[in-house]
Design a protein around this ligand. Structure first.
Ligand SMILES: *[C@@H]1O[C@H](CO)[C@@H](O)[C@H](O)[C@H]1NC(C)=O
Ligand SMILES: *[C@@H]1O[C@H](CO)[C@@H](O)[C@H](O)[C@H]1NC(C)=O
Ligand SMILES: [Zn+2]
Length: 417
């Protein structure tokens, strides 16, 4: 009987491929100690970065470790719930939808905004957008990635030299697919609003240029499409070789030249928030920084991430308020109200330090320190039900509501420029 049971358990482990995402609620310092210990285990994928008693901690646990991790949590009386019961099931559904949609798009030569797309599909969609709105959009290559893929930004401009500008990027973290999809939808909206003279886009573009880098980390993004196994799909970092031959990639949002190397980023190449060997060491970060610095007239910097439904401003590396805190907070509150007006989605507003955790080397701190006052970071939907695996049927509603907030920020920056 015992042998039978052992064999049965083993078979279950082999056949049940489902990782789970657990939401853990640390209640005491002792709990945090246990969790920090657990974090040293490379097999676990922490979806939230802060480790505190006031925010839940989401962790993807490989199916083989599930029993041990749940046992450890229970033994230490650390409360947890299962957020995602079977990650593999979601991954397979997502992959299936993408493939059938891609076949449909090839057949009908159309682009479906309610679907996730590969890098090639996004690049070819950009060409279509530029071709049909050539008076206002062009594609600019701002450099290449580590694996030598072009970094293409869309430039919205009605002409003129070095006008005040707005920067929007998405996809710095490759697994945050909703950020790329939202940026695609918004780019299309800017072009069509301009064409149909829908306010306030013509006013904004009369005075400012808008740059959008939809896939800021193309190597990572391609990697997330390689297979529907969590190892690929849930890749966060870039794909560069590091000093540890077993571990790839740098966290591009810990690599900026802003308090680089301070607390809130890891110096260990195997960690998810590895900062890289030096500030701006990563070619993707270097290229964006170069463009923004040489342009010299950016007024607003917006970066799209997921998930948690947060609208944040600097700083991320310190709890000290930035000089413009009151104004930035007022803008963020109004922008998140505009966002909620669409579907009632609720966002939390605050500095990155106060809403998530201390993070050094982040892009908004860098931008703000460069004098780009209206610097904001979004963490898009959801609050954890699906996390990084937000179903495609939420792309359009997420995009629409996010557009209302971004439009508010852009118009504000325009009026002040
Ligand atoms: C768009 O893609 C989604 C899946 O992501 C699919 O459910 C939907 O039917 C597609 N729409 C069209 C018009 O093909
Ligand atoms: C990624 O990380 C490495 C450092 O480990 C860096 O040299 C490289 O330029 C970065 N960019 C990419 C995409 O790999
Ligand atoms: Zn992110």
């Amino acid at each position: 009987m015992r042998l039978f049971l052992a064999v049965f358990t083993l078979l279950l482990a082999v056949y049940c491929k489902g990782d789970q995402v657990l939401r853990i609620h640390a209640e005491t310092e002792g709990h945090l100690e246990v969790l920090n210990e657990l974090k040293q285990n490379r097999g676990l994928d922490f979806w939230t970065h802060g480790m505190s008693t006031h925010l839940p901690i989401d962790v993807r646990v490989p199916h083989l470790s599930l029993y041990a991790v749940k046992y450890l949590l229970t033994a230490n009386k650390i409360p947890f719930t299962v957020m995602i019961n079977n990650v593999q099931e979601l991954l397979e559904k997502e992959k299936e939808e993408m493939m059938s949609n891609a076949a449909m798009e090839r057949k009908t030569k159309s682009f479906n905004f309610t679907a996730y797309h590969t890098l090639d599909e996004i690049n070819s969609w950009m060409d279509t957008l530029v071709a049909s709105h050539s008076k206002v959009v062009s594609k600019v290559q701002i450099g290449n990635s580590y694996e030598n893929r072009p970094l293409y930004a869309l430039k919205f401009s009605t002409g003129g030299e070095n006008k005040p500008a707005i920067w929007i990027d998405a996809g710095i973290h490759s697994r945050e697919w909703i950020s790329h999809a939202t940026a695609v939808w918004i780019a299309n909206q800017i072009a069509t609003d301009y064409a149909s003279e829908r306010a306030p886009v013509p006013k904004i573009l009369g005075k400012m240029d808008i740059y959008m880098l939809i896939v800021a980390n193309p190597d990572g993004y391609v990697f997330t499409h390689k297979s529907s196994s969590p190892f690929y799909r849930l890749w966060r970092k870039n794909r560069s070789v590091t000093s540890d031959p077993k571990c790839f990639g740098v966290d591009l949002n810990r690599n900026w030249d802003a308090a680089f190397g301070g607390p809130g980023a890891s110096e260990k190449p195997c960690d998810e928030d590895y900062r890289g060997p030096s500030a701006n060491s990563e070619i993707e970060v270097k290229n964006i920084a170069k463009l923004i610095e040489s342009h010299g007239n950016f007024k607003s910097f917006i970066t799209l991430h997921s998930y948690k439904q947060l609208l944040m401003y600097p700083y991320s590396n310190t709890g000290t308020n930035p000089p413009d805190q009151v104004e930035l907070d007022t803008i963020a509150v109004s922008a998140s109200k505009a966002l909620s007006s669409w579907h009632g989605t609720v966002y939390t507003v605050g500095s990155i330090f106060n809403t998530i955790e201390q993070a050094s080397g982040s892009s908004v701190d860098w931008a703000y320190n460069r004098g780009i006052k209206y610097s904001f970071a979004f963490e898009l939907r959801d609050t954890g039900k699906y996390g990084f695996l937000l179903p495609a049927d939420q792309i359009v509603s997420t995009s629409r509501e996010t557009w209302l907030a971004i439009k508010y920020i852009m118009e504000y920056a325009c009026d002040k420029s």
